[in-house]
Design a protein around this ligand. Structure first.
Ligand SMILES: [Zn+2]
Length: 298
């Protein structure tokens, strides 16, 4: 894969180093403010998400990691647009409504009370948010890793890996069933153990911002942040066509469980030779509808 030779003017170097930490800090500060005020958390989530997209699009134009990845391949952008809008407009709202209702029923059944008390709610909002993230990321990590090793799950998950370039928009290239099991293993668990709604929404808001940066075609310089967050430099290896590289870095927002289970992988100043599926035989990578139906085919 040919990577761009990014001009290393002091302005670009500063942006490569500073944009990501500033974006994460701004996101956390904004969500913290929204949680403490009457500002609706759903609106805060949406504003943070749109701002992240705007910033990443500017960075992709200004300091791309790969010039090749700026150009569409076949109908990949059409698939990414369709998955983005179906995920944000249909799948996430449906999961949220059904999940909240199901969680209330289960909590009443399990604890004989409308509220579970398995989560400390008297800590600072950002502390609660990171505690919730560690818990949610554990379920997400386990299911993500399993879905790479069991064929029946891989047929759904391969939709996310079917892009042969990485840029912000394919963050949401996922099958609805894949999104649903990830939701059950992460967000739904938070609802069951009594994590407050604003903290759950805060974690979702942070995850939305991190995932846009995670897939950005931008030559950021993360330094130690690579070991904490699932940055694009780390996540790129997970999209490698080489299985020994791709079977790593399963974290969605945080890399904590990759460190715990020994799947953290990073080669500084290197990148995978190519990204996408290690075997595309029979996979309809250029059709949204066929990709959605592919897991159900014999
Ligand atoms: Zn994966």
């Amino acid at each position: 894969m040919s990577t761009s030779v990014v001009k290393t003017s002091s302005g670009i170097w500063l942006a490569q180093v500073a944009v990501y930490p500033l974006a994460i800090l701004a996101c956390l500060a904004f969500l913290d403010w929204a949680a403490k005020s009457d500002f609706p958390m759903e609106a805060a989530q949406f504003i943070a998400f749109l701002t992240a997209i705007f910033v990443v699009m500017l960075c992709e134009h200004w300091m791309p990691f790969s010039q090749d990845w700026k150009r569409r391949i076949g109908s990949d952008r059409k698939i990414d647009i369709l998955t983005l809008f179906s995920t944000m407009g249909v799948v996430f709202p449906a999961l949220k409504n059904v999940g909240n209702l199901l969680a209330v029923v289960l909590v009443v059944w399990l604890f004989e009370s409308p509220e579970a008390i398995l989560f400390p709610t008297d800590l600072f909002f950002v502390t609660q948010l990171f505690m919730a993230a560690v818990i949610a990321e554990f379920g997400g990590y386990c299911l993500h890793r399993i879905s790479h090793h069991f064929q029946v799950l891989w047929r759904f998950h391969l939709v996310h890996h079917s892009a042969s370039r990485i840029y912000w928009m394919n963050a949401y290239r996922s099958h609805p069933i894949n999104i649903s099991w990830h939701y059950l293993a992460s967000i739904f668990v938070l609802l069951l153990i009594g994590v407050p709604q604003e903290v759950v929404l805060g974690y979702s808001g942070l995850a939305g911002v991190v995932s846009v940066f995670q897939h950005a075609n931008v030559a950021f310089k993360f330094g130690p942040l690579n070991y904490i967050f699932s940055t694009n430099e780390v996540h790129r290896w997970h999209h490698s066509t080489k299985l020994s590289e791709a079977d790593n870095n399963y974290g969605n927002v945080l890399m904590i469980w990759d460190h715990v289970f020994g799947t953290f992988y990073l080669r500084p100043n290197e990148s995978p030779a190519s990204v996408g599926l290690h075997d595309t035989k029979g996979v309809p990578v250029h059709s949204f509808l066929k990709l959605m139906l592919y897991p159900f085919k014999r």
